[in-house]
Structures are given as structure tokens and as C-alpha cells.
Write a protein that binds this ligand. Sequence first.
Ligand SMILES: C[S@@+](CC[C@H](N)C(=O)[O-])C[C@H]1O[C@@H](n2cnc3c(N)ncnc32)[C@H](O)[C@@H]1O
Length: 240
Amino acid sequence: MSKIVKPYKTDKGKKEQVKQMFNKIAKRYDLLNHTLSLGMDFVWRRKAIKKITNNPKKILDIATGTADFAISAAKYTDANITGIDISDRMINIGEKKINKKNLKNRIKLSIADSENLPFNKSSFDAITAGFGVRNFENLEKGLNEIFRVIKKDGFVVILEPSTPKIFPLKQIFRFYFNTILPKIGTLLSDDRSAYTYLPNSVKNFPNGKEFIKILDNIGFRKTSYFPLTFGIVSLYVAIK
Ligand SMILES: C[S@@+](CC[C@H](N)C(=O)[O-])C[C@H]1O[C@@H](n2cnc3c(N)ncnc32)[C@H](O)[C@@H]1O
């Protein structure tokens, strides 16, 4: 079990705090996300979707936030997409983007908890989760729910930040992640905790083989991972 890292120093549970944090930064989330990733987040999501090779008709986007992964899935597949998230403000922004892009007939968003999904077993052909699973209060519970609602032979693709392993990228990235990123994050979002939570939660999250082992234990097969952009993000692929 990984250590539980929470955004704020209060007694509230992680889920409540994570929801509070994303509600607080929702308006600035897209700007921050695209700035801090130097626009690479779109490339990472596209790479992840390209790994789904079973021609899905129904995709679930877990922790959809402002719906960027759901929107990419609509662009690169023919599927109908359901996006769920615990933060109503993130979802509201997602809805506006979907309306603007005329994707209302392809993407439906709703408020739901990934650790208690309101869907029957074997409901989806593929599941995407971008920068979300690290925020679960109970990682195994959330992954078990993903396993339950995906069909046999369905694809799961998960993106999570990770830390590069090789010199000098490891050192450069550590400096950027621990020093520069919290400063830009605080400046743009007004929530310092959110951008110290980010490096702390990444540091304490199972990375690479460690995360693969968890997916294997849940029951997924053909699990694999791909370091992207010098390993600052990892793409995990699993099949039920
Ligand atoms: C970093 S954002 C990622 C948003 C989007 N997937 C992307 O690629 O940009 C993480 C999202 O996870 C959501 N989240 C965290 N825990 C969750 C849970 N248990 N159930 C549903 N959503 C959750 C947060 O509310 C937040 O919107």
C-alpha cells in the first residue's frame, strides 16, 4: 500500500480534500495543465488512445475533470464516451468545452466516484484515466472498480506523472517539479497546497513496475508501461 498524501493539512479524508482542491483550481486547471506540461498533455492523451486497438464503442473516462481525455477519445475513436468525476466545478468546465465543440451527442459527463462506480459489470469496451488514479483515496478499490465495469478483452489506458531516472534529466526535472512548478502553480491558481501536493503525490505513488504489479494483482493481463517525454509521464496499458 502506498502512503496516503493529502492536499491540505486538515482532518478531512483524502477524497474530500481532493474534491475541494480541484473545485478550487477548476477555472485555472486547463491553463495550468497546458502551461506546466508545455502543451505535451495533448500528445500524451493521443498516444494513450492509440493503444486502444479493440475499436471501442463505449469508453469510460475516469476522473475526467475538464474532459480533455474524453474529447481526445471522441476525436481519435468512433466511441460514445462517459466521463465521471467527483468535482462538480471541473465537470462544469468540461460540459462547456463539449458544447462548444458540438460533442454533446458523443460525450456525457456526470458526477461519480471512481471507487464506487454507478455502472453494471462489463459495461465498457475501454477505460481511460488521465492523471486521476494517483488522487484516489483507495487506489486498489478504484482499480478493482475499473476491472469490474470493463468488458473481457477491454483496454485500460492510464497516464500518470513519473520521475525520469537518468542523469541529468532526473536532476533537472526534480528542480522543475519541486521548485519551479509549485511557484507557477501558486501564481496562476492561488492555491499553493495544490502545487506542492502534485510533486508530493507523484513521489509517493507507485511507478513503473511497481504499478504494473498492482494491475497484475487486480487481475489485468498483458500489462505494460511506456515512459513518455524522457519519463516525466508513464503510460500504462492493461487488458481484462
Ligand atoms: C489532474 S485531474 C485530471 C483531469 C483529466 N483526466 C485530465 O487528463 O486532465 C484529476 C481529476 O481526478 C478527479 N478525481 C480524484 N479522485 C476521484 C475519484 N475518486 N473519483 C472521480 N474523480 C476523481 C479530480 O476531481 C480531478 O478532476
